[in-house]
Design a protein. Structure first.
Length: 134
């Protein structure tokens, strides 16, 4: 991640890029975040250029305190394209894999970065439902 980013900005960035779309996101929080990971440049009256990495996007200050859902979604796309978490945009896709282990002759495989979500027994087999970041 970024060397000198505050914890609240890091949490917001992770939520924006890969988590549930935040609600009640204030314009000032967005400007502070972008200022931490890139640059915010005034561009006209209520428009600003956000520069993160090699990406440049134009965002208009909302008339209310918070951003609308459509603008938050557009900000998410901008941050993903910019690789704001240090990974290319495609790296945030989530895949799903099912692993079946026969208990009579178990074969175990280590999957880097995987997290076991469910485990249940079916006769002599254990079925593991695994989610991993591709």
């Amino acid at each position: 991640m970024h060397d000198h980013i505050r914890n609240d900005h890091e949490d917001l960035l992770e939520s924006l890029v890969g988590g549930k779309l935040p609600r009640n996101l204030s314009w000032s929080a967005v400007v502070d975040l972008i200022g931490q990971i890139g640059e915010v440049e005034p561009h006209g009256n209520d428009e600003f250029a956000f520069v993160v990495g090699s990406q440049r996007g134009f965002f208009k200050r909302p008339s209310t305190h918070n951003l609308e859902v459509e603008e938050i979604s557009r900000l998410r796309s901008f941050l993903k394209e910019a690789g704001a978490l240090g990974k290319p945009a495609k790296a945030h896709q989530i895949g799903r894999m099912v692993v079946v282990i026969d208990i009579k002759s178990p074969i175990f495989t280590t999957i880097s970065g995987a997290a076991v979500l469910k485990m249940k027994s079916a006769s002599n087999r254990m079925i593991l439902s695994v989610s991993s970041i591709i």
